[in-house]
Design a protein around this ligand. Structure first.
Ligand SMILES: [Zn+2]
Length: 199
């Protein structure tokens, strides 16, 4: 009889519980070569399908698909987390210290962040940028920018004067009731600023 990777070889040594109950055990040979003594109930229920090597294999596969601890994207995620939540990092005062947080989904789930990143233009030379500097890291407020774009668009430092009023892009967006990301995209695609802030 065969259950998963286990082939029943014969009756094993009975197991005696502390209350004195005897349980019949079976000796099984696993495909990997190990011999194990198992409770037949676990075979019939499907709970045990190998000597344990299957779980180790599956755990290994999970580690491999998750084995991105050295990739750039994982590095971006973990340093983002550090900026927001680790008081010992230098950048914390400009992020977590100012109330900049990650959305719950990203904070607790690297895979969710990774999925968003890959679906939204992540490239190895891109960095994550918050559209509104006063808001945190979330799909709504983030985008990938390459080095040049990021350098050209230090939006918090760059100011625009319209009709004698001077504000940075985020402030203008709030004043005009425009989504900062929309405004950024207009400016970035070359729309003159006084046009861009029209609804
Ligand atoms: Zn095995």
């Amino acid at each position: 009889m065969r259950f998963g990777k286990l082939t029943v070889a014969g009756r094993g040594e009975d197991r005696v519980s502390s209350s004195g109950r005897r349980r019949v055990m079976w000796d099984c040979v696993c495909d990997c070569g190990n011999v194990v003594t198992v409770n037949p109930d676990n075979l019939h229920s499907g709970r045990q399908r190998s000597c344990g090597c299957l779980q180790r294999e599956e755990a290994g596969a999970r580690l491999r698909t998750h084995g991105e601890s050295k990739t750039k994207l994982y590095g971006i995620w973990s340093s983002m987390k550090a900026r927001c939540y680790n008081k010992n990092t230098v950048a914390y005062k400009d992020y977590g210290g100012r109330g900049i947080e990650m959305c719950d989904e990203w904070k607790h789930d690297y895979d969710a962040f990774r999925k968003w990143a890959l679906e939204n233009g992540y490239r190895d030379d891109a960095s994550i940028d918050r559209v509104d500097n006063d808001l945190g890291y979330s799909p709504e407020n983030c985008e990938w920018v390459t080095g040049v774009a990021q350098a050209n668009n230090r939006r918090s430092n760059r100011v625009y004067t319209v009709d004698g009023e001077t504000h940075n892009l985020t402030e203008w967006a709030h004043i005009k009731g425009i989504n900062p990301k929309t405004l950024f995209n207009r400016v970035y695609t070359g729309v003159p600023f006084d046009e861009a802030i029209k609804q």
